[in-house]
Design a protein around this ligand. Sequence first.
Ligand code: DGT
Ligand code: CA
Ligand code: CA
Length: 578
Amino acid sequence: MKNREVAAMFDRIADALEIKGETGFKVVAYSKAARILLDMTEDVETVAREGRLETIPGIGEGLAKKIVEYLDMGTMSKYREVMAGVPETLLGLLEIQGLGGKTVHLMHEELGVKDLDGLKRSIADGSLAKLHGMGEKKVENIRKAIETRERVAERISIGEAALVADEVIAYLEKAPGISRVSAAGSLRRMKETVGDIDVLACGKNGAEIIRYFARNPNAVRVLAEGETKGSVTVRAGETERQVDLRVVDASEYGAALLYFTGSKAHNIKLRGLAKERGLKISEYGVFRGTKRLASREEEDCYRVLGMPWIPPEMREDRGEVESALDGRLPRLVEAGDIRGDLHVHTRASDGSLSLGEVVDLARKMGYSYVAICDHSQAAKYARGLAADRLAAEMEEIEALNRTLKGFRVLKGSEVDILSDGSLDFPDELLGRLDFVVAAVHSGFKKNVTERMLKALENPHVRTIAHPSGRLISGREGYDVDLDKVIDGAARLGKALELNSYYDRLDLDELHLKKAKEKGVKITMGTDTHFADGLAMMRFGLGIARRAWLGKGDVLNSLTAAELLGRKAAKKPRRKRRS
Ligand code: DGT
Ligand code: CA
Ligand code: CA
């Protein structure tokens, strides 16, 4: 049904007429026709085909002709005529809730408002409120609407974006005639923050898929709904997120996916390379002259450019194209390489899961071990365990392990690094643990570098949790020199954590890269407190891959026996009797 499309055209004509200063029956006729079309249950195309348009109350001869023109040609000359001369920036203001064409016209004429900045100034200096028909209350609503729009403009963490995108993609997979659908853009590249969410699809009828997309029950507003491109906003926590969908032909899916995955810098690099070779690359394919050499799969496009497929996480023009051309692309760590989660909380401290629940969830992830790292006593806010409670937990774990086959719970602790750099538990107790993560939870500004280095010197400490302490949602991290911590870890043969909780992702990709260069191994843990948290390993994995980490850089690729130390790893294997 094109009812909505035609209605949108009429609405925009009405808006544009108002911005141009027209009032009266003409404007009313267009917006009324738009409403009628939206309320109509019959398909406007059917009504038009049967010549019954003018029988609809509110649609006269003139409007009927325009509808027929649009259905036949896909354009409306009246629309183009009205739009001519209306500045984009003024039209853009109509997106703000509570702002109609009439108000925009008045603001423009009387206050000289040309764009959003001008509008904000007229709110701030009180001139908007004095405008005819305005008043304080209306202005306050407009001010709030602007705020909401600007919140949409902020970036969100990959974890929040993935939640939205997963839902949209699951919904789209049920679209009529859809054959492929994938995330693109920064989300597919697993960037730690995402601006808008890009989705690519192909299927039989693009317009139909986009109509279905726009009807997503989670969609707050439909920003665009066309033949090949749709755009909606979807609620994501406190904010709204823009989701862009493009639908392409199956024969061009790979080229489009490559283009819309980006990054822009990667695309530009490929374009330059293609040019050097007398080729051209675009969202439609790789061409020599007018001959299309590749477009169906990403692999095909890369191949005709002389290189293997490059994982999306690497596509930032940070040397990946050169490596690919030289056949030196590293093999990145994969989900299947991760044998366990090395930082999990239970309800013994501030988590919500029992030991048994953690084990069940870890097994569902396909793991063969998990390290329980509850907080230590100094972390009072987190119900940190005193020595006796830790000892009790260790006993509970040992008892549980005796009942488990092919799975091992590691006795661990997230032990606080105190203000003098000493640890919250005595060495004797730490020595009885399988896996010790040391963490700063207080004194964020006090000698953090020195304290971390001192903690790394303790023979029982394997790794430092969330070394920067930042939160992606906005908390500044510790006052710490991470380069020195990385050097210290390298010197002492210790690891550092990639905390994979979506709001941490700490170390970040830059420092992971530095750590790898210095030979420092990485431990990955989700730091989960909840049932759905173990699955966040995928975000850590994305960041690890963005830092070019391989299987060998990540201690989670070891077996539990290997992790527990050389002795265990070197034990001669008993020959299995057949
Ligand atoms: P974001 O949304 O800010 O987190 O970042 P992206 O990378 O998702 O960027 P976005 O949504 O503006 O565009 C999606 C992809 O489309 C981008 O990664 C590459 C491609 N693209 C967009 N604009 C351009 C452009 O001007 N040139 C080229 N070569 N590619 C572009
Ligand atoms: Ca994007
Ligand atoms: Ca986009």
